[in-house]
Design a protein around this ligand. Structure first.
Ligand SMILES: NC(=O)c1ccc[n+]([C@@H]2O[C@H](COP(=O)([O-])OP(=O)(O)OC[C@H]3O[C@@H](n4cnc5c(N)ncnc54)[C@H](OP(=O)(O)O)[C@@H]3O)[C@@H](O)[C@H]2O)c1
Ligand SMILES: *[C@@H]1O[C@H](CO)[C@@H](O)[C@H](O)[C@H]1NC(C)=O
Ligand SMILES: *[C@@H]1O[C@H](CO)[C@@H](O)[C@H](O)[C@H]1NC(C)=O
Length: 317
């Protein structure tokens, strides 16, 4: 009993310290840029920070396509965005990042129906809901947080390239996390089940997303597409629900009170999509609406090439 009390105290006190720090350092995106005539895809734009990012773009006049795997949640989010922005040009599409098939049909649908794509926001992600294999034979958390994002980005690249211009490049923004710091790049075991702690798989997936951003930026040099990653900070959303039924509800409740609100957490992604400065760099990592200059990918060229090759093989591209 006293152990449980101790854990509860640690969570509340730890949450207060992190929350205070977050609130004191959080900056807002001040850009007034309009997006009339532009198209944005926000993957995971139906809840938490993604919903805030999508609503922000809708306010700026963009056509916004939001995507998630739950129909009712998507339709509900669409209604909320239209109501708050008075912008009717909001589309919901079903997308399950945990299925290569679903990613392929989603991308094919976009390529068929859309004339342009100015912004791709890869915000979707899961916490630690479980350690199991998907039908595609990948670790679920890795497939949603990294491989699915990798594939959808690669498939949408032609449209992003077509849309970008030198003065206004199209932009890709990936949501990583501070947890990338515990991440490991281990090609042999990255899709294994029962091998890692779940939080480690989450860290691995977020590290992969960062390495992907850096590597993709390299490969996009000379095109009018830039790709950057963001760390939103600690944000009170339902992602913490995945820590378990009662424990998850408890930490979610505490973190929703103490951490940043989703609209605050969304600011860095919005900044990276909107600000002039962020449009001029690629392969970078932003935090609190600022470039993180200390961001470093400590891998040699061969490892990076292997990372790319193995990713392509996993998603059967
Ligand atoms: N909250 C934090 O403190 C924190 C910190 C660092 C990084 N992040 C990252 O920020 C991003 C947004 O997280 P959040 O905190 O706003 O969480 P959230 O409220 O749970 O939102 C996650 C979004 O991703 C979607 N999604 C989940 N599984 C998906 C799948 N298989 N296919 C397509 N979409 C899927 C969700 O749709 P459904 O609701 O339909 O599942 C939802 O729209 C994530 O990448 C997360 O890792 C969060
Ligand atoms: C960002 O997303 C793009 C498209 O999915 C991907 O190519 C790139 O590697 C990602 N970058 C990071 C840092 O995750
Ligand atoms: C990656 O694939 C490319 C092209 O197929 C190949 O030339 C290269 O040697 C591979 N690199 C590694 C490290 O696997």
């Amino acid at each position: 009993m006293s152990v449980i009390l101790l854990i509860i105290e640690i969570i509340i006190i730890g949450g207060m310290i992190v929350g205070l720090y977050q609130k004191n350092t959080n900056l807002m995106c001040k850009s007034k840029r309009r997006l009339d005539g532009k198209t944005a895809v926000v993957i995971g734009g139906t809840a938490g920070m993604g919903l805030e990012i999508a609503a922000d773009f809708a306010h700026r006049g963009a056509k916004v396509i939001i995507a998630c795997p739950i129909e009712e949640e998507g339709q509900q989010a669409k209604k909320i965005i239209i109501k708050s922005s008075n912008n009717e040009n909001i589309v919901f599409k079903l997308l399950d990042l945990a299925s290569l098939q679903s990613v392929r049909s989603f991308a094919a649908d976009i390529l068929k129906t859309e004339e342009r794509l100015d912004l791709l926001i890869n915000n979707a992600g899961v916490g630690t809901p479980g350690d199991f294999l998907t039908r595609d034979g990948m670790n679920f958390i890795m497939q949603v947080n990294y491989f699915g994002i990798f594939l959808v980005t690669m498939l949408l690249l032609p449209l992003l390239k077509k849309t970008g211009t030198e003065s206004e490049p199209s932009r890709i923004v990936n949501t990583s996390s501070v947890m990338h710091k515990i991440g490991r790049l281990d090609f042999k075991n990255w899709n294994k089940v029962g091998y890692w702690y779940k939080i480690q798989i989450y860290g691995n997936s977020k590290l992969c997303l960062l390495v992907f951003t850096r590597e993709l930026a390299k490969r996009l040099k000379g095109t009018n597409v830039v790709v950057n990653a963001v760390d939103p900070g600690a944000v009170g959303t339902k992602i913490f629900q995945s820590a378990g039924v009662s424990f998850g509800s408890f930490v979610t409740f505490i973190f929703m009170i103490l951490f940043k609100q989703p609209w605050e957490g969304a600011q860095t992604a919005i900044y990276t999509a909107m600000s002039l400065r962020a449009g001029q760099v690629s392969g970078q990592f932003f935090k609190n609406c600022q470039l993180n200059k200390n961001f470093n990918i400590p891998y040699d060229e061969e490892t990076l090439q292997r990372f790319w090759n193995e990713s392509i093989e996993c998603v059967k591209l």
